[in-house]
Design a protein around this ligand. Structure first.
Ligand code: MF3
Ligand code: CO
Length: 250
């Protein structure tokens, strides 16, 4: 069931979105050689709680941390640990959600650790660009397949691949609501987008093949071929005037 949001609720969701965005920015600024994922997770939790919000992921299905921190071939859901220490040349995907006054914000970004290879830079650029091409399609009258198609077309033309097993999703009082928002699809197919819907669009883009594997910890998702993977996400409201990114300032 898709839950539409009132304009009052969208105002609250903007606040949750901004807290999520600032937490993500803080986390990204902390990524440097020698810093651990655990330290970054701690910063995220402290910041979110200092704003009177709660980290959305902590305790979700038993998830043990506030952020997901996924390095290099880790696609998503990397668990921040003291033993995960960033090195120059790593790409570090950080996913952060905040729950504030009854609503969630959800966003992710892949940050370079120091100087990275040209290949890694090209992957990050393509994945980021695909997110914004998807967002551009998030308008009343379009369908979920229009978003997926825009993402898929752009990245596959550059010979990257789209992860299929995980998708974007509705966001609201629950972190994961309907509809599911795949990063691949057929134009004109799938759920119709209407004003008042809020969705997280979150392409997960692999440098190599699209197949993934879940590690025995039940969380960590890696590329099967060991290639790099990037993840970019915004929470977006669908309004009569077009897409509004709730995880960015107005
Ligand atoms: N932010 C992720 C998503 O967009 C999920 C968070 S991971 C979990 O679906 F730990 F909270 F499950
Ligand atoms: Co999400």
């Amino acid at each position: 069931m898709i839950v539409l949001k009132t304009s009052r609720e969208l105002g609250v969701m903007r606040k949750a979105g901004i807290i999520s965005q600032k937490a993500l920015r803080l986390a990204g600024e902390a990524v440097e050689p020698g810093v651990s994922a655990w330290e970054v997770d701690k910063l995220v939790r402290q910041y979110i709680e200092s704003e009177g919000a709660a980290p959305s992921f902590l305790g979700y299905d038993g998830y043990p941390a506030s952020a997901c921190i996924s390095v290099n071939q880790v696609v998503i859901h990397g668990i921040p640990k003291k033993s995960v220490i960033f090195k120059k040349g790593d790409i570090v995907s950080i996913d952060v959600g905040a729950y504030y006054e009854g609503f969630h914000g959800d966003n992710a970004w892949t940050f370079p650790c120091g100087e990275i290879s040209d290949e890694a830079k090209a992957l990050l650029d393509a994945a980021e660009r695909s997110l914004f091409l998807g967002i551009e399609q998030a308008r009343p009258g379009n369908r979920v397949g229009d978003i997926g198609r825009a993402v898929q077309e752009y990245v596959e033309a550059r010979s990257y691949s789209v992860v299929r097993e995980f998708t974007g999703h509705g966001v609201g009082a629950e972190m994961h609501e309907d509809p599911s928002v795949p990063n691949y699809g057929t134009p004109g197919r799938g759920a119709r987008l209407t004003a008042g819907m809020v969705i997280a669009i979150e392409p997960m883009i692999n440098q190599g093949r699209r197949e993934i594997e879940v590690k025995p910890d039940g969380w960590t998702v890696v590329t099967r071929d060991g290639s790099l993977s990037a993840h970019f996400e915004h929470t977006v409201a669908i309004t009569p005037g077009g897409p509004v990114i709730l995880t960015l300032p107005d």
